[in-house]
Design a protein around this ligand. Sequence first.
Ligand code: NAD
Ligand code: UDP
Length: 311
Amino acid sequence: MNKRILITGGAGFIGSHLCARLLSENNEVICLDNYFTGSKSNIMGLLRNPKFELVRHDIINPYNIEVDEIYNLACPASPVHYQYNPIKTIKTSVMGAINMLGLSKRLNAKVLQASTSEVYGDPHVHPQEEHYWGHVNPVGIRSCYDEGKRCAETLFMDYHRQNRVRIKIIRIFNTYGPNMNPCDGRVVSNFIVQALKGENITIYGDGSQTRSFQYVDDLIEGMIRTMNTDDSFTGPVNLGNPDEFSMLELAEKVIALTESKSKIVYLPLPSDDPKQRQPDISLAKEKLDWSPKIKLDEGLLKTIEYFRNSL
Ligand code: NAD
Ligand code: UDP
């Protein structure tokens, strides 16, 4: 059955892919965004579809609409952008969650929270599974994002327990692909843009820190499968690709795939930068019958192609 679906942060990197996928399945999609880090160019191709609507709105203020499902993605996601105005970042996570949960309560609509692997902080358990409570600095420069997302998870669970709101929480691990903002400082976009421009590739620290990179199409599939589970499944559930790479390995891969002459340079590591990160996706396999399909090289080639055409 076709649904009316609200996507907050719909003009961002992940949101724009989710809008496109849900429209392709004949749903009505309302994309809400304040364009802080998102861009109309990400959703330009969807504007001709009569089932697609755009709303300029800031999620820290209540918003009223009649929908069947809500995907709550509004929040800057890269360290450069979430640290630009940290008070606004935490307000977006916390007040945005309260506003979307209030709306879901009134409508009896399902609501999915885009949480993050950052709730595990700089983890002492490896790989990270959902029962791990994390190792997060509450007063550091990443806290506005990490603690904002942790508080949003708390709100989701409390609205579920207290008011029986139909919630889903996904914890997204590092995701990349077309429509990433080239200026937002995330490692995959930085390295690709630097390689294509022949600039130095900037590794922070010694490059031994690890991340596990998921291509955006795999994430979108996992998000929709999570939303479609029955009400007894709330999550949190990890969505990520368990293939783990060091930042030095990533830099070397990007240089090889772009055939770039760029040189690697080493810059200081930002504080509280997690040393390692890898999802345990056993729960997603069991509950969603989901696992990522796209290997890093394949996803990087698609992303490189996107940046070649858009820079
Ligand atoms: P993004 O910055 O491209 O998208 C976020 C979108 O939210 C942007 O369009 C932005 O303009 C919008 N937004 C920000 N503040 C807003 C506000 N107050 N009101 C309305 N709109 C607002 O980032 P993304 O990578 O697409 O991330 C989407 C979601 O997924 C975020 O919640 C992020 O925390 C989460 N996430 C992403 C990753 C990743 O690797 N990309 C990993 C973990 C979690
Ligand atoms: N990083 C890097 N060079 C860059 C950008 C990031 O070495 O130009 C490192 C960063 O210090 C971190 C990793 O890459 O260790 C992933 O950074 P990103 O901001 O993409 O994601 P997050 O730290 O939030 O996982």
